[in-house]
Write a protein that binds this ligand. Sequence first.
Ligand code: MG
Length: 308
Amino acid sequence: MMELTPQEPKATLLVVDDMPANIHLLATSLLEEYEILVATSGEDALELIQDRLPDLILLDVIMPGMTGHEVCQRLKKDPRTQGIPIIFITGQNEESDEIEGLKLGAVDYITKPFSLPIVMARIRTHLELKHYRDLLENLSYLDGLTGIPNRRRFTEHLDFVWSQAQRQRTPVAAILMDVDHFKAFNDNYGHQAGDECLTCVAKAVANTERRTTSLVARYGGEEFICIVPLLDLQEAAGLAERLRMSVVALALPHGFSSAASHVSISLGVASKVPKVGESWSALLEQADEALYKAKQTGRNRAFLAECV
Ligand SMILES: [Mg+2]
């Protein structure tokens, strides 16, 4: 079994039970290993979770007011909370209740009176499984070569940012980037050097734009994209220049480029306030046309969409 290393923060458990004595018993045993949150009703538990997401929930089934099963159903419906493992704890040991709880999406079921070492072991197992699930989910959003967000992550981010901008009538900027004469680089220096070049460029551009609402992703082969909400075209042009300079500053020699003696990028810059019902592909088309112009006019430069 995986041991959490000491430098990792303690996992947070939420214990929900209408009997304070039951909470006390569990909480005192778990306190050394975990951060403990407590609630004495289903309603309180749901309210508490609004402020702080626990890593696992120990949930009493029989409570006055909202039952544990109802709490579980609510949590499974909300995308923010549906991944939190829930272990039911109850005094009834009827098989039908156990099946009902598991059908609702609980990961486990513990019947009172319980053995503390077994409860502890099950908690550890389910936290470990959650840890690996989270890890896998993160990996599925990262580009395998460069380690920056991949196209799937980019699409989800732009969906979110675009619909928000649509409601608020605010702009979204897109900067499409392409490594100049990358094929010649690969052909002459080899694929290994080509991969290293892409990784360096990816890190340079990703480190240049770090606002939490922004995203820099690998868009395709040697193409990268940067999405920034609330940025108009002139501001986006300023950012594009910083992105371009971040790659120039790498000073990676490229003896087979007509654009520069070093690796460089061309950039297409667009910014748009989305109209109602308009898809974000309009924004990307503008950025793509601008990128084409940047390449046509000599590369290692940014071109703005309004001039297309
Ligand atoms: Mg109870």
